[in-house]
Ligand binder design. Structure first.
Ligand SMILES: C[S@@+](CC[C@H](N)C(=O)[O-])C[C@H]1O[C@@H](n2cnc3c(N)ncnc32)[C@H](O)[C@@H]1O
Length: 223
């Protein structure tokens, strides 16, 4: 009874609702067209060397990795999404791509083994954001960077933020632990990153509660 098994995992954290996993590209198509594709292209153009992408989903970023990426590890815990990821990776110009099913709370990789880590629309859903950022910090080389594109909490005190706070307990059960109201920029600073580039923009054509986004580069600070 695979369908029932999947339903029982609803809200378990890393897993996304079975329909969303299967229809992800279709559900995201208009937002990809209106802004996400352009943002992904801009963000990834400078990435090079050894790169780890966490929560790579169905592979929306793959076509934007430049040839200066010498080794790409695509990590995705959900099998349904990972299967779609493998198909897209097969069309990439990059020759050295490997896959991982590890969750972001237990990133596979030696300390200081990556030049860049990439997360896009992932930090909202992980079970333990603090641990995930610790893990990203650990696997980055000194001076290495996290490239991020995330939807985030609206300004405190705003009407949108109040709705984000109200709706998150229900939404996270329907949408694979997605939180509307995570303060990700703050979490990055607390985790030992220095934000060297950041843009704040509305994710046009998406649901109003996920529209506030940040994207940019956070550099690992070594203590
Ligand atoms: C909204 S999708 C984004 C997919 C892709 N990064 C993109 O930009 O289209 C969220 C992704 O995060 C993954 N995810 C959720 N929790 C995770 C965790 N704890 N560790 C790793 N990946 C996780 C999901 O499996 C899913 O692929």
């Amino acid at each position: 009874m695979p369908r029932l098994v999947k339903l029982s995992r609803l809200g378990s954290g890393g897993s996304m609702f079975f329909l969303v996993e299967r229809l992800y590209d279709i559900l995201m198509a208009s937002t990809e067209k209106s802004c996400l594709r352009e943002w992904r292209r801009d963000l990834l153009q400078e990435v090079h060397g050894d790169v780890l992408e966490i929560g790579a989903g169905t592979g929306a970023n793959i076509e934007f990795y430049p040839e200066s990426v010498t080794h790409l590890v695509l990590s995705e815990p959900e099998k349904i999404m990972r299967d779609q990821l493998r198909i897209k990776a097969g069309r990439s110009v990059l020759r050295d791509i490997t896959f991982s099913s590890a969750s972001a709370e237990k990133v596979e990789g030696d300390d200081g083994s990556f030049d860049f880590v990439v997360t896009t629309l992932v930090c909202c859903s992980v079970v333990d954001l603090e641990t995930v950022l610790e893990q990203i910090h650990r696997v980055l080389r000194p001076g290495g960077s996290l490239v991020f594109l995330e939807h985030v909490a609206a300004e405190r005190g705003s009407a949108r933020r109040r709705w984000q706070d109200r709706m998150t307990p229900l939404w996270r059960r329907l949408a694979g632990n997605c939180h509307f109201n995570r303060e990700i920029e703050n979490a990055l600073c607390l985790a030992g990153f220095k934000i060297s580039q950041i843009k704040r923009e509305s994710m046009r054509t998406s649901m109003p509660l996920v529209r506030p986004t940040i994207r940019g580069i956070a550099v690992k600070i070594c203590s």
